[in-house]
Design a protein around this ligand. Structure first.
Ligand SMILES: O=C(O)CCC(=O)C(=O)O
Ligand SMILES: [Fe+2]
Length: 237
């Protein structure tokens, strides 16, 4: 993807709460990333989250922060001018980004249940995920990313049992090289993984003046969960 229709994409993102951009990064870079990710995780990675979280949130992902460990190859996406120009347009001047986070899920894992990355208590305070896919994700592999278009404008994710679904969801099948931009208030989930593994890499970002810990508390249908203390801060059932 060479020149981006920045204005049109910005308006679409603000309306729908997500963008799917196919063929954004080339196969060579994606193969390199995927190789580094598989080298890191090896065959049978250990879970880092605690058991209560895994059970209550139906979330089966293992994070890795390659840039924190000096794996400089992951700077290439962070420094990509097209991605950063689009981010400028959506988030405005002075936005900041966090270390990139790779999320790995093994075969037979549940994916992630419906959530918002941060609470929509203040509509102006949000993070934006910039997700990069280094492999094809489709119905065979599982692990598709589902979103409810426009839900970033609908406030809090409805409370209920984890696993309740939404009729107006859209199931996205990102391919190798696809970028998905996702507003932190958009209701989203990851479907169960059937293939050998599933990975995505998130270059998290937020507008200027957004509190640093904005994604520390995540909203699920059945709870609000604080990652830094591994605790349920609100039971929503
Ligand atoms: O990996 C994905 O497709 C989405 C993961 C997710 O929910 C997130 O990064 O907040
Ligand atoms: Fe998320």
């Amino acid at each position: 993807m060479n020149s981006l229709p920045i204005q049109r994409l910005t308006e679409k993102f603000l309306r729908e709460g997500f963008l799917l951009l196919e063929n954004f990064f080339d196969d060579r870079l994606m193969d390199q990333y995927n190789g580094l990710i598989l080298d890191h995780f090896g065959e049978s990675p250990e879970f880092m989250h605690n058991k209560e979280f895994l059970e209550k949130s139906s979330t089966d992902v293992i994070p890795w922060f390659p840039q924190r460990e000096g794996v400089t190859e992951f700077n290439v996406v962070e420094n990509d001018q097209r991605l950063n120009r689009l981010t400028d347009s959506i988030l405005g001047d002075g936005w900041y980004s966090d270390y990139s986070m790779v999320m790995f899920s093994g075969q037979g894992t549940k994916g992630q249940s419906w959530h918002q990355d941060c609470a929509p208590d203040d509509p102006c305070k949000f993070n934006m995920n910039r997700l990069v896919y280094t492999m094809d994700i489709n119905a065979d592999v599982g692990g598709q990313t589902a979103v409810v278009p426009g839900s970033h404008l609908r406030g809090l994710l409805p409370a209920g049992k984890a696993g309740n679904d939404f009729d107006d969801k859209l199931v996205l099948e990102p391919k190798k090289g696809t970028v998905i931009l996702l507003h932190g208030h958009t209701w989203h989930k990851v479907l169960p993984v059937h293939g050998k593994y599933r990975v995505s890499t998130n270059y998290r970002s937020a507008p200027k003046n957004t509190p640093k810990g904005i994604t520390d508390i995540c909203v699920y249908q059945n709870m609000r969960y604080r990652f830094s203390t591994s605790s349920v801060v609100e039971d929503r059932t």
